[in-house]
Design a protein around this ligand. Structure first.
Ligand code: B16
Ligand code: MG
Length: 221
């Protein structure tokens, strides 16, 4: 087995599902009588569904019983799944298949490390599930990012030491989780928001294979 492992976040790294999460949360906010902005949606990236609803209710200053809370969680997810239903390969973010193909050909172990409980159906929809040696998602973790749990489980399942793992993340909480796991963190997206990452890129089109090769050879922070 290869000594270096690669861990990909899902939402915002492989596919842009943040826009669908946003629409579903916005619909719920509107139903509850308040607005939810694109800017506020930034707070939701990499954050668990339960925590997102807590933040949303804080924004709208809405109080709820446990029963209402649970109903809204289900409602939001059902709405989100309607958007996901229509997804296909065209929604894969640029150059993601190229990078996955390269890593697969070189026999690098690849994991998904996502907070989403919908990760497997999404990867099936966009036809990328077969690239992953293991999937660690919101169904397998007890602690949300920035806790390193999701990435540490992924490293363990890949049989790779955490310090030999390279993580691609689009959320600040995700970069913090990768750093806390003592992994190499690569921020995908706004370098200002992801300033704690070891390396920053706007998207995968900026990552050339020589860079990955160099990272594997160095394999040190
Ligand atoms: P679900 P990631 C995260 O996925 C999203 O960024 C976050 O906005 C969402 O609330 C969370 O998944 C839970 O998603 O409702 O599908 O279980 O970025 O960690 O891949
Ligand atoms: Mg993400």
């Amino acid at each position: 087995m290869n000594e270096t492992g690669f861990i990909f976040d899902l939402d915002g790294v492989i596919v842009d599902t943040a826009k669908y999460h946003y629409l579903a949360w916005k619909n719920l906010a509107n139903e509850l009588g308040f607005e939810f902005t694109d800017e506020q949606n930034e707070l939701f990236k990499g954050v668990s569904r339960k925590r997102c609803l807590e933040i949303l209710l804080d924004i709208g200053q809405v109080k709820s019983t446990q029963k209402q809370f649970d109903t809204w969680m289900v409602e939001k997810n059902e709405d989100y799944l309607k958007y996901i239903e229509k997804m296909d390969e065209t929604e894969i973010l640029p150059d993601v298949p190229k990078i996955l193909q390269y890593l697969k050909e070189r026999n690098f172990p690849i994991a998904l490390g996502s907070a989403s409980k919908n990760a497997i159906p999404i990867l099936e929809k966009v036809n990328l599930l077969s690239y992953f040696n293991t999937i660690v998602d919101g169904n397998n973790v007890t602690k949300a990012k920035p806790d390193p749990e999701v990435f540490l489980i992924a490293a363990d399942q890949l049989g790779v030491e955490p310090e030999n793992c390279i993580v691609f993340e689009d959320a600040q909480a995700g970069i913090q989780a990768a750093n806390a796991a003592n992994m190499i963190s690569i921020g995908i997206g706004d370098a200002e928001i992801l300033s704690e990452a070891d390396y920053n890129f706007n998207d995968f089109t900026e990552i050339d294979l020589e860079f990955l090769e160099g990272l594997v050879n160095k394999n040190l922070k």
